[in-house]
Design a protein around this ligand. Structure first.
Ligand SMILES: *Cc1c(COP(=O)(O)O)cnc(C)c1O
Length: 330
């Protein structure tokens, strides 16, 4: 089976497993796991922020990040297909007590005029005040679309002026960096707080980080423990993340090439495929998924008329070519 359902499906490589096996560890709730500390310092530095916090999932990193900006009874604005709005099972409402309003963009982009028109400054005891804006780069449900740095900078400038803060869901910020050559620090500079994942295209089995100021991360460390996310000798997992940063970052370009190949095979314009995700519109999405499975290719629906293909570390060029031939025939 060639599995294109998600880039979370990768299995740790042999050399990643070796790095995990020899990791130095300590009790991370005591702040004594040297490998976790190394990973946190490295990732904070990559984005030009003061500090970072290792979390079991990207969802937890997002919840910690957004709650650092938005108090109960305040709101965050995001695009309607955002992972925080659609795919975290209401965690931000359930844990933080915030509300969300959304703008709609078919490519998940920043739409500054619309954001400005729905933004609500503090108007006293009548309207929910907007505390933060969240953007997703790359945008998962918009097919791995990259948010251009210029748009992020315009948003940052306006947001600073009106006193609203910015969260970046950078689960796949690595793909945006490799696809565009934009330095990670430039992406970091537009965010007050970010979440990044090691367990997507980078191929680690577990792990994400929240990135922000020292104060924000110190507070998030308390909340992580409160939510049951305090972990102990977790350097064995952080070692997988460090290994992934050393060995699996630049190769994301291969995933992007493979995604364009699959797009062409499915009649999707490859110039609209920015990174490693292809969304194919099919009125018969469920039947298409079943037929692909029969032919040895696993793909997934992300809506009644949308099929998603995701390339990753465990798909090599010959897998991509074989899958392309199968999908073209279907
Ligand atoms: C995968 C993903 C996350 C985090 O997901 P977890 O499964 O909780 O690690 C967050 N945002 C986006 C855009 C994602 O694709």
């Amino acid at each position: 089976m060639i599995d294109l359902r998600s880039d979370t499906l990768t299995r740790p490589t042999e050399s990643m497993r070796q790095a995990m096996a020899r990791a130095d560890v300590g009790d991370d709730v005591y702040g004594e796991d040297p490998t976790v500390r190394l990973l946190e310092e490295r990732v904070a530095d990559l984005f030009g922020h003061e500090s970072a916090l290792f979390t079991p999932t990207g969802s937890m990193a997002n919840v910690l990040a957004v709650r650092s900006l938005v108090a109960p009874g305040q709101e965050v604005l995001c695009e309607s297909g955002a992972h925080i709005a659609r795919a975290e099972l209401g965690a931000h409402g359930a844990y933080t007590g915030l509300t969300m309003r959304t703008w709609i963009h078919p490519r998940g982009q920043v739409d500054l005029p619309v954001i400005q028109s729905i933004f609500a400054p503090d108007m006293g005891p009548f309207f929910v005040p907007t505390a933060a804006i969240s953007v997703e780069n790359t945008h998962n449900f918009a097919g791995g679309a990259v948010l251009p740095l210029a748009d992020l900078r315009d948003l940052r400038e306006w947001a600073t002026g009106v006193g609203v803060r910015l969260h970046v869901d950078g689960a796949r910020i690595w793909n945006a960096h490799v696809a565009t050559g934009t330095p990670l620090r430039d992406y970091g500079a537009v965010a007050d707080v970010m979440a990044v994942c090691l367990s997507k295209g980078l191929g680690a089995p577990v792990g994400s980080l929240m990135v922000g100021s020292s104060d924000t991360v110190a507070e998030a460390r308390i909340w992580r423990k409160r939510m049951g996310g305090g972990m102990r000798q977790v350097g064995i997992l952080a070692a997988a993340g460090l290994h992934a940063l050393d060995h699996h970052l630049e190769r994301l370009a291969d995933d992007h090439t493979h995604a364009r190949l699959l797009a062409e095979a499915c009649g999707v314009d490859p110039s609209g495929v920015d990174t490693n995700i292809v969304v194919v519109s099919r009125s018969d999405a469920a039947d298409f998924v079943a037929a692909a499975r029969e032919a040895g290719v696993l793909v997934a629906t992300v809506g009644p008329t949308a099929v998603r293909l995701v390339t990753h570390l465990d798909i090599n060029t010959s897998d991509a070519e074989r899958a392309a031939a199968v999908l073209a025939r279907l």
